[in-house]
Design a protein around this ligand. Sequence first.
Ligand SMILES: [Zn+2]
Ligand SMILES: [Zn+2]
Length: 333
Amino acid sequence: MKKSLRRVALLLGALLLGALLLGALLLGALAVGVAIAFLFNAWHDPISGGQSPDNFFASREKARIYASFDPTIERQFVRLTPENANGWFHTFAEPIQSFELYQSQNPTRPTATRRVIVLQPLGAWKPEEADLLEPLRAYCSDFFQLPARIVPPLSLAPVDNSSRPSGYFPGRKQYDAGLILSQILEPNLPTDAVAYLGVTMEDLKADDLSFVFGLGSWHERVGVYSLGRYFPKKRAVKLAPLDKKRALYRAMQVLNHETGHMLGLTHCTVYRCSMNGAISLPDSDRTPLEYCPLCQQKLAWNIGYSVSERAHQLQNFYRKEGLQNSPVETPKE
Ligand SMILES: [Zn+2]
Ligand SMILES: [Zn+2]
């Protein structure tokens, strides 16, 4: 009797142990499954670097990117934090575009027959405003290490007279940026243009926005940018030398940023950098002119230029224009 009791107890004990082991195994498998799903998700969803830059994956990804550069070079750049970021960063959550992600996205690249940045003046320019065009062309060429040319100006009016009366809003003295893209730039896209950039002194609007600095259609490789608001007083009669320098600086920044987009770079959420999103003119005025090491790495890979030759040419350009590799002081507006 005692023996059989012990046998039952042993049997029960063995069953309990088995159940416990099975439970542990199931729990373990569940945990592994969850972890795999978590990692898989994080791997497939671009890691957010926007409004939540300090979440686990974003922090790890940023640390990995920072560590991938030569520390002596990396130290010269300012890492992006919620404290030093533009207003844009606090408004839009954008993913981190690592170098590897950028390469995998198959961005637009120059080819042997399609490698010119074409600047297209649109509408009327005063002579002193038109003085900006040649330095802008030279800058685009040095910055992207690609040929750049200015083509003869095109008239802006009227862009459409069928579905809408025109792309011009007389009351607001503004042009419709979307219609300029579809009706002026896209039909005139030069076959050798890797980017076709319309520049105008006129004010632009798009959709419901009261004005826009510019609008680009990245896959079509066309964009239109208004430089009119970069002057202290729109269409000022006479420009002081500093005003001219500031307008040039702002135009350089918008063109290097927008052309970056055309070459597949998204907004930079890792460093203070020209590819940071900007929500206003003060926002863009406090944005650096240069690309950070990550955005430069993408550009150098895309275009295949010599980094040292580019740096040398840009230094010469800054010296010639009296910009000394740094922004002219931020205007108080
Ligand atoms: Zn942008
Ligand atoms: Zn950057």
